[in-house]
Design a protein around this ligand. Structure first.
Ligand SMILES: [Ca+2]
Ligand SMILES: [Ca+2]
Length: 308
């Protein structure tokens, strides 16, 4: 008879086992639900990224054709297409693309410093190159960079050619960090710092003269010995209300050294070839940002870089 009864210890054990299994099942179910939710989120996130990328690509083609169709002889922030404070809105059903076009060719083209021999610096860039390194206070780095970029492997006087030097044009300023004496804070400007840096003066997006409608004042001031800060200020004041289309407008700028216009015609331009396109794609409180560099090519634009 004794065998027919469960002892309290045995029923306690059974209860603990049941509780343990229930807890196990519950946590398995919770984990599965969490995993399923994560998977759904991931799929939805990927779908959003995919659709926004497609729309950004379509918007890029549309805007590229607008830039290609801008056939006047100047590019200025006074043109409707490039007004910095008035971005474009494109609608695709419930999706929205906000786009801002910023014409480039504002800075000194680091890949355009040399004549076709790849070694001799163009006369028109000699002054600004020296001015920049004077502001940086490091002449030796200037020579190292020239040897890094020029096409031969023969060191300039006072400089050196290392085995790892690229001896070609660069696709990104970060390539300069390969040079051992170049630090990151020499290449890239830090927020809230007015320390002179390479990226404030030079760009890989540009291959010729600098657009006088858009160049920062400090670049204008350093372009030629006859410009300087006062003329750079006068240019900035003039272009805030007028488009500079050619020499006929330069004459109107107080103090502009017209005697030097032949020399300056190699370094100053009125149009841009490169355009930065910043886009934000939004749908139902979600957004994704894109930054695309375009190069004008006939009636359209080609994409040089795509960031998101
Ligand atoms: Ca234009
Ligand atoms: Ca070299």
């Amino acid at each position: 008879m004794k065998r027919g009864f469960r002892t309290p210890r045995k029923s306690g054990f059974v209860l603990i086992t049941v509780l343990f299994i229930s807890t196990l099942l519950l946590s398995a179910a919770t984990t599965f639900a969490w995993f399923a939710r994560q998977e759904m989120r991931r799929a939805s996130h990927e779908e959003f990224a995919l659709v926004s990328r497609s729309l950004a690509s379509v918007a890029c083609q549309i805007i590229g054709s607008w830039i290609g169709g801008d056939s006047n002889n100047y590019d200025s922030e006074l043109e409707l297409l490039y007004m910095p404070d008035y971005p474009f809105l494109l609608f695709f059903g419930n999706w929205e693309v906000t786009a801002k076009i910023t014409p480039q060719d504002r800075l000194v083209p680091i890949n355009g410093l040399f004549l076709p021999d790849g070694i001799t610096m163009k006369t028109e860039f000699e002054y600004v190159w020296q001015e920049f390194w004077k502001q940086m206070g490091n002449d030796q780095l200037s020579l190292l960079i020239l040897d890094f970029l020029d096409s031969d492997t023969e060191a300039r006087p006072g400089s050196m050619e290392e085995e790892y030097y690229v001896n070609r044009k660069i696709s990104h300023l970060s390539e300069l960090l390969k040079i051992k004496k170049i630090e990151r804070d020499m290449v890239y400007a830090q927020p809230d710092s007015d320390k002179q840096t390479i990226d404030r003066f030079f760009t890989v997006y540009g291959d010729g003269p600098i657009n006088v409608n858009l160049a920062p004042r400090e670049i204008l001031a350093a372009l030629d010995s006859e410009i300087g800060p006062d003329v750079a200020d006068a240019i900035a004041i003039y272009r805030s209300e007028n488009i500079i289309e050619g020499e006929k407008d330069l004459v109107k700028i107080p103090g502009f050294p017209m005697a030097a216009h032949t020399r300056l015609s190699n370094v100053l331009a009125y149009k841009s070839n490169f355009f930065l396109l910043d886009m934000k794609v939004t749908n139902a409180n979600r957004e994704r940002n894109f930054s695309v560099m375009l190069k004008r090519n006939g009636q359209a634009c080609q994409i040089l870089s795509w960031g998101e």
